[in-house]
Design a protein around this ligand. Structure first.
Ligand SMILES: NC(=O)c1ccc[n+]([C@@H]2O[C@H](COP(=O)([O-])OP(=O)(O)OC[C@H]3O[C@@H](n4cnc5c(N)ncnc54)[C@H](OP(=O)(O)O)[C@@H]3O)[C@@H](O)[C@H]2O)c1
Length: 275
């Protein structure tokens, strides 16, 4: 797990459509080495990520071994008509087909992390999830992914996985609302089990927090921007942050947030800012 520490910022590729390739290549050139995508054409253009990687390999910017590549399996209910699998096939076969399609899109024989985009139900870890998870484990055992994750998962669903003696994920990827203590309960579950917590929407879910006097004054004294304070705070409480910025300047600033240090008191104050 130590090797994961070198990947301390994920670049998210959602909602970039025909700019996906150029923006992913820009992110690599700015220094991002961990990329988050999904085989869900509705929100992601995974082939565009593949084009960026091919270009970056060609110019010698990076090699496959320098990178942490993460993609996702998405149930049909989260997709539009552009499915990466046969919807009439069993869920296990859909996982295998989606993985094969992802590997083709990003021209690799394995990803580093394969994530269930979200459980089938908002409430429980269902039998469908158990079938999909088993199929994902088989993909891992066959060497097509090194690690597994689950996204958009609740504490209850994680507890149900554990109660069923199901293998727990290496990663949880969730939306982080400050008003929920930055997903405090799920983060605690993860911390106690050494699950790496990936946080998204750190900025977009917390627009008011970015304007809060506490954040503004911490930013001023750290000579940083409010966004940098939020990313630095996130890392301080064990969140592996994801950014989906389309701006070169923000890419630079977000990576530079690694050098923004907050006192333990400041971290605690931000954590309890809204809940
Ligand atoms: N698992 C899931 O269901 C799920 C759902 C949503 C997202 N995600 C992943 O998370 C990724 C990131 O999404 P996100 O919504 O969390 O992105 P985000 O980085 O929180 O938000 C992006 C927004 O913040 C702005 N921004 C970024 N850096 C900034 C900075 N330094 N200063 C000021 N504004 C800044 C961006 O504007 P600019 O473009 O102008 O910088 C954009 O409007 C997605 O691409 C995807 O990979 C996963």
């Amino acid at each position: 797990m130590e090797e994961l520490e070198e990947y301390d910022f994920l670049y998210g590729t959602a909602w970039k459509e025909d700019r996906t390739s150029a923006l992913t290549e820009l992110a690599l050139s700015m220094g991002f080495r961990a990329i988050d995508t999904a085989n869900q054409r509705r929100h992601y253009f995974e082939e565009g990520v593949g084009q960026a990687l091919a270009a970056a390999y060609r110019t010698g910017l990076v090699t496959r071994d320098d990178l942490f590549l993460q993609t996702k399996f998405t149930y049909q209910r989260g997709q539009d008509h552009r499915l990466p699998y046969d919807p009439a096939a069993s869920l296990s076969v859909q996982v295998a087909q989606s993985m094969a399609s992802s590997l083709e899109h990003i021209a690799t024989d394995h990803v580093d992390s394969y994530v269930l985009h979200g459980p089938a139900s908002d409430d429980d870890w269902t039998e469908d999830d158990a079938e999909v998870w088993e199929a994902m484990r088989k993909e891992r055992d066959a060497g097509r992914t090194r690690l597994l994750g689950v996204s958009n998962i609740s504490l209850q669903q994680l507890q149900q996985m554990e109660a069923a003696c199901t293998e727990l994920p290496t990663f949880v990827q969730n939306r982080c609302y400050a008003r929920l203590g930055w997903d405090r309960a799920v983060r605690q579950f993860c911390r106690e089990r050494k699950i790496v917590y990936q946080g998204f929407s750190l900025l977009t879910a917390n627009r008011k927090v970015l304007q809060h006097p506490l954040i503004i004054s911490l930013a001023a004294s750290a000579n940083a921007t409010p966004a940098q304070v939020v990313f630095s705070f996130a890392r301080s409480i064990g969140i592996l942050p994801i950014t989906g910025t389309s701006s070169a300047e923000h890419m630079k600033q977000n990576l530079a947030s690694r050098d923004v240090t907050l006192s333990p008191e400041a971290v605690q104050a931000i954590e309890s800012l809204a809940g």
